[in-house]
Design a protein around this ligand. Structure first.
Ligand code: F6P
Length: 366
């Protein structure tokens, strides 16, 4: 047993994501191996505000590597700087600043560094805890959307992409048999990474992403051109954040007291309806939704998650706080968390992925 070194804590914040448990496992195992005591905080920042945490041992992470979700629980609400404490008589949310509770709870357990496994919202909170409260933080980039800057990959993306690709393969069967246009709506929030990668991997004819506003005429042109070549079906993958030129993203609903103000969704059905109305070709939409986030991580995500979790504790060992571990040229590196927090990472328009798609005749709806 290594000599006792100090105390760390780990939490998972935001939406669940394949690979979370693999990161938790790697963090706990690496921490214990190096003599740290490690607390697991339940339900993200909520647990930190409420002092809901437990010491973790090797036994707590046994068998969790292939499991989806997070054994710690998570939430995409409960920002300590803007904590929804309830509603007033008129139904307005009452917000409180609970940063002092966070600092008190961390100090009470002697926690010298908080490992935040999260996407943009959680990492921004981590950064704010560092700059406003002096908390030492190490971030781990999580999200199926792959929309964080400074890293070539967030863990969870590979699994979501594989799921969307499988869905496209399956949709091909019905599209071909029934001579239909099949639209697959995928997640990704304001970035088109899942749509772009799965569209290339799944042989889509049209890929619509938020970074390239689409014209419905252009989409229809592609469907008709295929018909003219004797191809009686078309496959379209559309990112949930896609919008027409001069139009807006499709919002499923507004949400209160969440890291995000809106829930995206519905563009796929709109698109299918428009295509059918304007061409007379039967069109159907499938919304892949949370199937992209659930279940077991791919081997790639398990390895990446393991590397990230191990590197997060190594950063603590080196006293390299207020960083995010990241993948750069295939190596795990540390980058200042301020370079990431609150900054989006969309598909660059000069991406070779888009170029490859265009070279193959894929329409981006522009
Ligand atoms: O960020 C991951 C993600 O799945 C997005 O792709 C999607 O827009 C959003 O979360 C959905 O969040 P919620 O769990 O709040 O519905």
């Amino acid at each position: 047993m290594a000599e006792k070194r100090g105390t760390l804590a780990v939490l998972t914040g935001g939406g669940d994501c394949p690979g979370l448990n693999a990161v938790i496992r790697a963090v706990v195992k690496t921490a214990v191996t190096h003599g740290y005591e490690i607390y697991g905080i339940r339900n993200g920042f909520h647990g930190l505000i409420q002092d809901d945490m437990k010491k973790m041992s090797m036994a707590d992470v046994s068998g969790i590597l292939p499991r989806g979700g997070t054994v710690l629980g998570t939430t995409n609400r409960d920002n300590p700087f803007h904590y929804a404490a309830g509603e007033d008589a008129a139904g307005n949310v009452i917000y409180e600043d609970r940063r002092d509770d966070v600092v008190r709870n961390l100090n009470a357990h002697g926690i010298e560094c908080l490992i935040v496994i999260g996407g943009d919202g959680s990492l921004k909170i981590g950064y704010d805890l560092h700059r406003f409260c002096g908390v030492n933080v190490v971030g781990v980039p999580k999200t199926i959307d792959n929309d964080l800057p400074g890293t070539e990959r967030t863990f969870g993306f590979d699994t979501a992409m594989a799921m969307a690709t499988e869905a496209l393969d399956r949709l091909h069967t019905t599209a071909e048999s029934h001579h239909r246009v099949m639209v697959l709506e995928v997640m990704g929030r304001y970035a088109g990474w899942i749509a772009l990668h799965s569209g290339l991997a799944g042989g889509a004819d049209v890929i619509l992403i938020p970074e390239i506003p689409y014209r419905i005429e252009s989409v229809i042109e592609k469907v008709k051109a295929r018909q003219a070549q004797g191809k009686q079906f078309s496959i379209i993958v559309v990112a949930e954040g896609s919008k027409p030129v001069g139009g807006k993203m499709t919002v499923a609903r507004l949400v209160k007291n969440s890291f995000e103000q809106v829930r995206l969704g519905g563009v796929g059905n709109k698109l299918a309806d428009e295509i059918e109305a304007k061409t007379g070709i039967e069109a159907r939409c499938t919304i892949l939704g949370y199937l992209q986030r659930g279940g077991s991580p791919t081997a790639f995500d398990r390895v990446l998650s393991t590397r990230y979790g191990s590197a997060a504790v190594e950063a603590c060992l080196a006293g390299a706080y207020n960083v995010m571990v990241a993948l750069s040229s295939g190596e795990i590196v540390r980058i200042p968390i301020e370079e990431v927090a609150g900054k989006p990472h969309q598909v660059p328009l000069d991406s070779d992925l888009i170029r490859a798609g265009r070279n193959l005749g894929i329409s981006f709806g522009d």
